[in-house]
Design a protein around this ligand. Structure first.
Ligand code: DQA
Length: 176
């Protein structure tokens, strides 16, 4: 299964950008972790970073054509403003999981609102780079078709058919 992880504006500067908020790992280090995490779970993780709103939108559209089963998206500051990204998320059928390194809800009123999360399937926020790992877990669960549990005591149809048919030995048994 292919999963696309998209990083928005200024996340290319992770490692040196406000390390007290976003940690000291660089984006490249985080991406390597994500790829390894996916491999352990049989998922093919592709990563992409852009500082441009339109490129995030193009990336969401293209993900469907490129056969990605789900998207894990950190829209960066566009989270709080971008109706256009929210619309792009709504426009595609594959699940989009929003992730944030920091806890948006502990960072004041202007960051407590996510416009993009209104369209995403859910949000993981506040676990540092592990938010991405949890986002991948959620994406895998959402993109894997659920198996319908069989009702208790119900037989599968082929077995039921087999049970009705008399065995050839029984059928051939001479009558006494
Ligand atoms: C962020 C939170 C946003 O408010 C901020 O603009 C970012 C990073 C996060 O991952 O915590 O760029 O999305």
């Amino acid at each position: 299964m292919k999963i696309l992880v998209m990083h928005g504006p200024s996340l290319n500067l992770l490692g040196t950008r406000e390390p007290e908020v976003y940690g000291t790992r660089t984006l490249e280090q985080i991406n390597q972790l994500l790829v390894a995490y996916g491999e352990e779970r049989g998922a093919d993780i592709a990563t992409y970073q852009t500082n441009h709103e339109g490129s995030i939108i193009d990336g969401i559209h293209a993900a469907v054509e490129q056969g990605f089963a789900a998207i894990v998206l950190n829209p960066g500051a566009y989270t709080h403003t971008s109706m256009a990204i929210a619309d792009a998320i709504r426009a595609v059928k594959i699940p989009v999981v929003e992730v944030h390194l920091s806890n948006l809800f502990a960072r004041g009123p202007e960051r407590s609102k996510s416009v993009t999360a209104t369209a995403a399937r859910g949000i993981v926020s506040g676990f540092g780079h592990e938010s991405y790992l949890l986002g991948i877990d959620a994406a895998l669960r959402l993109a894997t078709p659920a198996r319908t549990p069989r009702k208790r005591g119900a037989q599968n149809p082929s077995r039921r058919r087999a049970a009705k048919k008399p065995s050839s030995a029984l059928a051939r048994r001479p009558r006494s």
